[in-house]
Design a protein around this ligand. Structure first.
Ligand code: ADE
Ligand code: ZN
Length: 326
């Protein structure tokens, strides 16, 4: 069988996927029309042409603008089901999705609207494709601690519907330490904790995420490789890294895919996984990410199978579920 079929045929868990980042230009235009939202682009092509980024912030500006078309429960349902449909084609069997409630609350969309819409989309994806799922509520780190605490309190009645909390948006200048009390509270609520760290930010932010936020998994973590002591800590604890190769290339975290640290992470015996981050913006879903690193880094089928196994090991499925998935 060819590499494409091999990759798609590997059962995979996707652990780093921002639902709002799976909003394809076609659906974005449909929702803009349905809701009467002005988006500032005339055609799908002109919007797509704007997807060229110099940095994380450059992308985030367009990402927040794009999600302004998401207003109703039906919008969140359609967004989620579109992702599940596409993920099924790539052999995704389980997904732990991120969403950014503060970006919706600030536009007057209620948390319940967002949650109900996403959950019904996930439920339909489970029925149609057999994909299991969990939800991770992310705090926007460019906003302040009080805002994060407020959204966590608002989410408390729904905490049984959440797998965990995460931390995303502009990394530099917004260290994990800013949210240590928020994460302590989330931990006390029984929620798993993850955080973006070491995407653009320094190794010190990865240390902070581990030691001050008590995280269970690191999102990205690329720059951890600059610090040998940190690498040793991650290796010893088999701390999972949710790596996003095409995202790293599009946001210029790496200059060239051939320089991507994923191969080094595997050689260092780190628990690395491959994920799509914001597939509508970065030009590929999870199988495209596997393919990109396979080609640029010369990964073997054993490497690819290891990455797919890692994705279940690193998931928040329970032990029996992991064993049956692998
Ligand atoms: N929000 C959506 N995608 C993100 C990324 N790659 N880094 C930080 N925040 C994000
Ligand atoms: Zn991300």
């Amino acid at each position: 069988i060819c590499d494409d079929d091999f990759i798609r045929g590997l059962p995979k868990a996707e652990l780093h996927l921002h639902l709002e980042g799976s909003l394809e230009p076609d659906l974005l235009f449909q929702l803009a029309a349905r809701n009467g939202v002005e988006i500032g682009y005339d055609t799908v092509e002109s919007l797509r042409a704007a997807y060229s980024f110099e940095s994380l912030q450059d992308f985030l500006d367009l990402y927040y603008q794009g999600m302004s078309v998401l207003l109703t429960q039906e919008d969140f349902h359609d967004l989620t089901l579109a992702y599940m449909t596409r993920a099924a084609e790539d052999g995704v069997r389980h997904v732990e999705v991120f969403f950014d409630p503060q970006a919706h609350l600030d536009r007057g969309v209620a948390l319940k609207t967002v949650l109900d819409g996403i959950e019904s989309g996930l439920a339909e994806g489970k029925r149609a494709f057999g994909i299991s799922s969990g939800l991770i509520l992310c705090f926007l780190r460019h906003l302040d601690e009080a805002s994060a605490l407020a959204v966590l309190e608002q989410a408390a009645p729904y905490s049984h519907r959440l797998l965990g909390v995460g931390l995303d948006s502009s990394e530099n200048g917004h260290p994990p330490s800013k949210f240590s009390r928020v994460f302590a509270r989330a931990g006390a609520m029984g929620l798993k904790r993850v955080a973006h760290a070491g995407e653009e930010g320094p190794p010190d932010y990865v240390w902070q995420a581990l030691d001050q936020l008590g995280i269970d998994r690191i999102d990205h973590g690329n720059r951890a490789l600059e610090d040998p002591l940190l690498v040793e800590r991650l290796r010893r604890d088999q701390m999972a890294l949710t790596v996003c190769p095409l995202s790293n290339l599009k946001l210029k975290v790496v200059r060239d895919m051939a320089e991507h640290p994923l191969r080094r992470m595997l050689d260092l015996d780190l628990q690395a996984t491959v994920n799509s981050d914001d597939p509508a913006y970065f030009g590929g879903y999870v199988a495209d990410n596997y393919r990109a690193v396979q080609q640029a880094l010369g990964l073997s089928r054993e490497h690819l199978a290891k990455l797919a196994r890692n994705s279940f090991t690193a998931s928040f499925l329970d032990r029996a579920e992991k064993a049956s998935a692998i």
